[in-house]
Design a protein around this ligand. Sequence first.
Ligand SMILES: Nc1nc2c(ncn2[C@@H]2O[C@H](COP(=O)(O)OP(=O)(O)OP(=O)(O)O)[C@@H](O)[C@H]2O)c(=O)[nH]1
Ligand SMILES: [Zn+2]
Length: 286
Amino acid sequence: MIRSLAGFFDVADAGVTRRCRARGVFRKRGVRVLVGDRVRYQPVGASEGVITEVLPRRTELVRPPVANVDHALLVFSVVTPNFQPRLLDRALVAVSVAGLSATVVLTKCDLADPEAVDCAAAPYTAAGYPVLRTAAPLRQGVEAVRAAITGRVTVFVGPSGAGKSSLGNALAPGLGLKMGDVSDKIGRGRHTTRHVELFDLGGNTYVVDAPGFSQLELDLPARDLRLHFPEFAPWAASCAYRGCEHAEEADCAVRAAVRRGDVNAERYQSYLELLRDLREKEATRF
Ligand SMILES: Nc1nc2c(ncn2[C@@H]2O[C@H](COP(=O)(O)OP(=O)(O)OP(=O)(O)O)[C@@H](O)[C@H]2O)c(=O)[nH]1
Ligand SMILES: [Zn+2]
């Protein structure tokens, strides 16, 4: 399923896209059909159909709602809007929880000092994430992004206005009308992506463009959060307590690594804030 619009689902099959409804029973059972879902359907006429079954998902991301992707591009601008490391950290946890691999893409690098870009990139490079720098209108960094998505199913995740659609257009100009400048056609001032949509770029490469967000709720047990900060892993085994959550415990090797500068202090601060959030949520759940 490549696109959902007001109760209809567009299903692409062997080069034909059919506008489908979902069988009523889905709604009763609370089954949602997600973009990226592999489905069975009954054709109705030449271009319509009814979805009868959603096949098991390999992965499922809540925000944006998308199934069966294996890779996320975290698209964040270094300026306009300002770089948002806390939101990036949250998004990295969310995609990790969903089992996706992650690539950080810093956009609008043409608008910022190189030092500011280095500053934004450093904690993520140190944590082991691939970090790519782009200026899509100047076509800078676009081929590196192409290399990162080739042969994979990639979802674009990032705040509104970060440049997801611009990047999509630079990667596949042929998709321009759909991905980029819808607003020019309907006269709105600025384009914003309104729905989640899967694009086939050929050669087993697929991308999902989705609306930007400004907040992101995490849903995982607080004690599991540490597993989604990959830079803790080399130290965690040396903590005094098994199951150390690297917060208030004594003899925490991760905290020691932060003090030495082996783990980035801002990332660690971000971890503590997320941990507090998740613990509060757990405490008030019942
Ligand atoms: N200078 C510069 N401008 C950029 C770059 N990338 C995007 N822009 C501009 O930033 C604005 C927002 O870009 P979009 O691609 O629409 O952002 P988006 O992430 O798709 O936004 P939503 O659809 O709202 O989620 C547009 O005016 C783009 O032209 C860049 O690398 N450099
Ligand atoms: Zn610890």
